[in-house]
Ligand binder design. Structure first.
Ligand SMILES: Cc1cc2nc3c(=O)[nH]c(=O)nc-3n(C[C@H](O)[C@H](O)[C@H](O)COP(=O)(O)OP(=O)(O)OC[C@H]3O[C@@H](n4cnc5c(N)ncnc54)[C@H](O)[C@@H]3O)c2cc1C
Length: 412
């Protein structure tokens, strides 16, 4: 009779849960070790508590979204993708719905439902979950992996899967432990940096805009004077800059340029559906009669943006719109189409949605997620040096790599 393979998974986030469940379904004896008193702390805050689990994009589009290292994920996505995830969730009582931009959410809008479904799936597969146990080291016997060290003891295992996450939002338990664990057996670690992170703007007036959320606007990243990429959708002003889905997506592009000391400007088009000439005609048509510029601007902009516009356009609030000169009107139109923010930095890693950097993909076999340096050691999820855009890409990558690592680790 063949011996039962003992698989130990470190970290009960989305990657670890899928790794544990898939290994157990392959017939392995699986222990899932989590440092927190309960699993999935980060999963619970994803998508503002609604959990954007995946996206309707194709495997090819997913691979492109994770450029330049997207090819590394091809096998993982091919073996376990959106439909497989939906099946696991539906089998465990959670229906899934599609929203704008192909984003997938649980039908009840609750990340807690997703976590409960994954926990029930792993439990039914026979996974033994041990919370409140922090992995502090890898257990080596001669030069062979033999398990892990935890505070106050050791746990023996044939295979170990590190699914410890990145280093952002450390209060959720993802403090970057996996980097040190991997480094202890010879892996290198690409410096963890923030990705999908709010941007800090130089303009002092952003402070007055904190909390204003704008829908259907277009943000363009201008790098060293060249418009490089645009995103249309929702953004929000923070106490010192810009955030929200379209800004977070652009931040992936912006971070390396800021680090290289290049000039970064974000231009906001507040009326992206109206071409400049049409907008000018509209302003000419509408800016007549007895109305102050202040009250007219309120028909075009959120109220708290109005004083900022008047300041930028050097307009007197009580000026009648019919007295606004052609030059002033063009200035107004210009600000509506091209409201600029000079970006000085990004918020710290603690506040990033995902971590760029981590265990380099070249040190991991993409067909199995096994370490190329230490047989029996596997990686899954954000601990790997991969990061994708907003829209459910990062969770799907965690689920897919987790599933593949679990399957591979449980195979003889
Ligand atoms: C605010 C926010 C919103 C997000 N929203 C979305 C979204 O809607 N859609 C999307 O696709 N992505 C989203 N993300 C990104 C997504 O949450 C992560 O990419 C994903 O959680 C990574 O999964 P993981 O399992 O690799 O790591 P994690 O979820 O970080 O899980 C790692 C687990 O390992 C545990 N651990 C760490 N070290 C040890 C140790 N030494 N011993 C034992 N256990 C340990 C941690 O406590 C944690 O539970 C969001 C992230 C944040 C911060």
């Amino acid at each position: 009779m063949s011996r039962l393979i003992k698989v130990l998974v470190v970290g009960a986030g989305p990657a670890g849960l899928l790794a544990a469940g898939s290994a157990a379904r392959m017939g392995a004896s699986v222990r899932l070790v989590e440092r927190n008193s309960s699993p999935g702390a980060k999963l619970l805050i994803t998508g503002k508590g609604r959990c954007n689990i995946s996206n309707t994009a194709s495997v090819k589009e997913f691979v492109q979204a994770f450029a330049p290292d997207g090819r590394f994920l091809y096998r993982a996505f091919s073996r376990f993708f959106r439909e497989d995830l939906i099946e696991v969730l539906e089998d465990n009582g959670v229906q899934v719905k599609v929203e704008r931009g192909g984003r997938l959410f649980p039908a009840g809008d609750k990340a807690a439902d997703v976590l409960a479904a994954l926990l029930s799936w792993t439990k039914r597969a026979g996974v033994e979950l041990r919370t409140g146990s922090r992995c502090t080291g890898l257990l080596m016997r001669e030069s062979t992996l033999a398990g892990i060290k935890i505070t106050g003891g050791t746990i023996e295992a044939d295979r170990v899967i590190l699914a410890t996450g990145g280093a952002s939002y450390p209060r959720t338990g993802s403090t970057g432990d996996g980097y040190g664990l991997a480094a202890s057996v010879g892996h290198t670690v690409a410096v963890p940096t923030p990705s999908l992170v709010p941007l800090v703007a130089q303009e002092r007036f952003v402070r007055d805009l904190e909390g204003i959320s704008l829908r259907n606007v277009r943000a363009t990243a201008i790098l060293n004077g060249h418009a490089s990429a645009s995103e249309t959708g929702e953004m929000v002003f923070t106490a010192d800059g810009l955030s929200g889905p379209i800004i977070l997506t652009l931040s992936r592009l912006v971070v390396p340029h800021l680090a290289a000391g290049e000039d970064v400007v974000i231009s906001i088009d507040l009326k992206p559906a109206i071409p400049e000439q049409e907008l000018e005609q509209r302003l000419i048509r509408e800016m007549i009669g007895r109305q102050t510029i202040k009250s007219y601007l309120r028909t075009l902009l959120p109220a708290r943006l109005v004083p900022v516009f008047m300041m930028l356009c050097k307009l007197d609030a009580d000026k009648m719109i019919s007295h606004v000169s052609a030059e002033e009107r063009r200035g107004l139109m210009h600000q509506l189409k091209d409201l600029r923010f000079v970006i000085s930095s990004v918020r710290p890693l603690d506040e990033a949605i995902v971590t760029a950097g981590g265990i380099p993909t070249k040190e991991i076999d993409p067909l199995t997620m096994e370490s190329r340096l230490l047989p029996g050691l596997y990686f899954a999820g954000e601990v790997i040096d991969i990061d994708g855009p907003t829209g459910g890409y990062n969770l799907q990558a965690a689920f897919s790599t987790g599933w593949l690592a679990g399957m591979s680790a449980a195979s003889t």
